[in-house]
Design a protein around this ligand. Structure first.
Ligand SMILES: NC(=O)N[C@@H](O)C(=O)O
Ligand code: NI
Length: 169
């Protein structure tokens, strides 16, 4: 099977097996602050085996497309959320688990204003901005242990350009 992977637009239903899509879309769950603010309430499953939730700031180098995916990782002890602090789209790569190894990855591109929360133990690519500044708030587990399992592919996958449908598999 081809090692080229087409990029799909991020959608909550498609992403559901891997995590949550965070976006202020549709009607808010609550109107607060004298009706001047919509609240999309409790939209991500935070899950930590022990330790606590923390918020860190990541400033990552933008990547160019096509992107060579050499590895994915997972965090067995906690979920991890990528919340962009700019309006730019970014690349989100995930893979289902197949007997302790990642299956064929899937690649998504966000729309401006979308963030993601990987469920605990979900195979994912590391934070992958596509534009400067690659500035994100990251909500993940603060605690003991590495909480990190990496898987390096024998052969890299090529994450294609969305505007080149010929790369679709
Ligand atoms: N290692 C780290 O803090 N970040 C990664 O988990 C990542 O997914 O980018
Ligand atoms: Ni991670």
């Amino acid at each position: 099977m081809s090692r080229r992977i087409a990029i799909e637009p991020l959608a909550a239903d498609v992403f559901a097996p891997f995590g949550d899509v965070l976006e202020a879309s549709g009607e808010p769950d609550r109107l607060i602050n004298q009706g001047l603010c919509g609240r999309w309430h409790d939209r991500a499953r935070l899950d930590f085996s022990d330790g606590r939730a923390g918020i860190s700031l990541f400033k990552a180098e933008p990547r160019a497309l096509p992107y060579s995916l050499e590895m994915v990782e997972r965090h067995p002890d906690g979920s991890q959320a990528f919340l962009p602090m700019s309006e730019h789209p970014f690349l989100v790569i995930v893979a289902a688990d197949d007997g302790g190894r990642p299956g064929r990855p899937r690649a998504f591109v966000t729309r401006s204003g979308q963030g993601v929360n990987f469920h605990r133990g979900t195979w994912h690519g590391v934070l992958t901005p596509l534009h400067e500044p690659g500035l994100f708030a990251v909500v993940d587990r603060i605690g003991d242990g590495a909480n990190l399992e990496e898987y390096w592919f024998d052969e890299a996958y090529t994450i294609g350009r969305r505007d080149r449908p010929s790369q679709a598999d």
